[in-house]
Design a protein around this ligand. Structure first.
Ligand code: ZN
Length: 411
């Protein structure tokens, strides 16, 4: 079995599901188990400066080749899996020499990976696919990224190509799926001029733009009293919040009606009762300035409802989440250029893509570390229908090795 596949299967069988309600760091102990294993494996590969801190962050260095003084770059992947689907007892199934057609998952035969919904499969006949048994997620998001980085590191440590490269910092993080991935990351310690997250779908893609993102919390405070004597007294926060939400546009700037570069406002959680009710709303756009327009629209609706319900309190609070990485990548044009060059060198047609979401790289780029996202062969993340392709993962390894050498030409 190829080392890449062996690594991947080892990692996905460790339950590292993140837990949003947990206050610990990392949010679940399983993540630490994988981090400890990765630190051990980094030491076994002979990497330098291997460290695992109390937050579960693993760092290590592939030392520069002799005489190469190129700047350090970093490769990042996250060890946690999505809270949306169970990550316990993952039973990966290896489909060698995939013969085409739909794949019925044996642990739950209602779960079918259909070619119609996965057009990428048509190009992968004869390849090795890895799926779940249908009862859990696979965790290729992002253990494909972890396995790809470890395999590329092993290759460079064995000096496979013999070409020069600068120092490469490996970094494995926890709790990306619950938005805490870079909370405890020490960028000075990482010490790279540019980084790459290995957390993208398919192959040959460079995600170079993400949404800019804010979250709005709309809170309505009403007046609760027994409904039998409510006349003229009761102010129902549930009704006012419901009214608020129905005033949001549904024929445009909603996720149901937008695609590509269009932004949206997305109410995704409501909670409360007569006395107090609140809604959480995602604000998303590729143009950061437009988030202010969305917030302005919420404020206007709030003002209308304040006028209609003078005894209620209606508050709109905007919390900044992350920013389009394009805004920061312009300061380090080499980050994308060299990724495109490396993808070509690995024999793939590179494609620059935008993600209707965020990555750890969006926040890192904003913090001053330009960090585009690269493909690792993931498909259908966060779902029991998740799958990956060994050949695509192998290409991602080739891209990383080429990337090391492309950066190795810099000084
Ligand atoms: Zn991911």
């Amino acid at each position: 079995m190829p080392a890449l596949l062996e690594r991947f299967l080892r990692y996905v069988q460790i339950d590292t599901q993140a837990n949003e309600s947990s206050k610990t760091v990392p949010s679940t102990p399983g993540q630490l188990n994988l981090c400890r294993l990765l630190a051990d494996e980094c030491r076994a590969l002979g990497l330098a400066d291997v460290s695992l801190n109390e937050f579960g962050i693993v760092m290590a260095t592939i030392p520069a080749t002799a005489g190469c003084d190129s700047p350090a770059i970093a490769w990042l992947a996250h060890v946690d899996t999505s809270p949306e689907t169970s990550g316990a007892d993952v039973k990966p199934i290896v489909h060698a020499n995939y013969s085409g057609g739909d794949i019925v998952l044996p642990g739950d035969r209602s779960k079918i990976i259909r070619v119609a919904e996965n057009p990428a499969l048509t190009d992968l006949v004869g390849c090795t696919l890895i799926t779940t048994d249908g009862t859990t997620l696979l965790g290729a998001d992002d253990k494909a990224g972890v396995a790809v980085i470890m395999t590329a590191a092993a290759k460079l440590m064995a000096r496979a190509g013999g070409l020069p490269h600068g120092p490469i910092r490996l970094c494995f993080t926890c709790d990306e799926e619950i938005g805490r991935g870079v909370d405890h990351l020490d960028l000075a310690k990482l010490g790279a001029v540019c980084a790459y997250t290995l957390d993208g779908e398919g192959q040959g893609l460079v995600d170079s733009e993400t949404f800019s993102a804010d979250q709005a919390v709309v809170t309505v405070t009403g007046i609760n009293i027994h409904p039998s004597i409510g006349k003229g007294k009761l102010v129902n926060a549930v009704r006012i919040l419901g009214d608020f939400l129905t005033r949001l546009p549904t024929d445009r700037i909603s996720p149901e009606t937008t695609s590509d570069r269009e932004g949206f406002m997305h109410p995704y959680h409501i909670e409360g009762g007569v006395a107090r009710a609140f809604a959480r709303i995602l604000l998303r756009d590729f143009e950061t300035a437009r988030l202010r327009e969305y917030a302005g629209l919420l404020e206007r609706i709030a003002a209308e409802l304040r006028a209609a319900h003078p005894r209620a309190q209606i508050e709109v609070k905007i919390v900044k989440q992350y920013r389009n990485m394009r805004d920061g990548l312009v300061h380090e044009p080499r980050a994308i250029a060299k990724a495109l060059e490396a993808i070509c060198a690995a024999g793939l047609e590179p494609q620059q893509t935008i993600i209707r979401g965020g990555t750890d790289g969006s926040r890192l780029t904003e913090l001053g570390l330009p960090t585009p996202n690269l493909s690792t062969g993931e498909h259908n993340p966060h779902s029991p229908l998740e799958w990956t392709c060994l050949e695509e993962m192998q290409k991602a390894v080739d891209v990383l090795v080429a990337l090391a050498h492309v950066w190795g030409e810099e000084s």
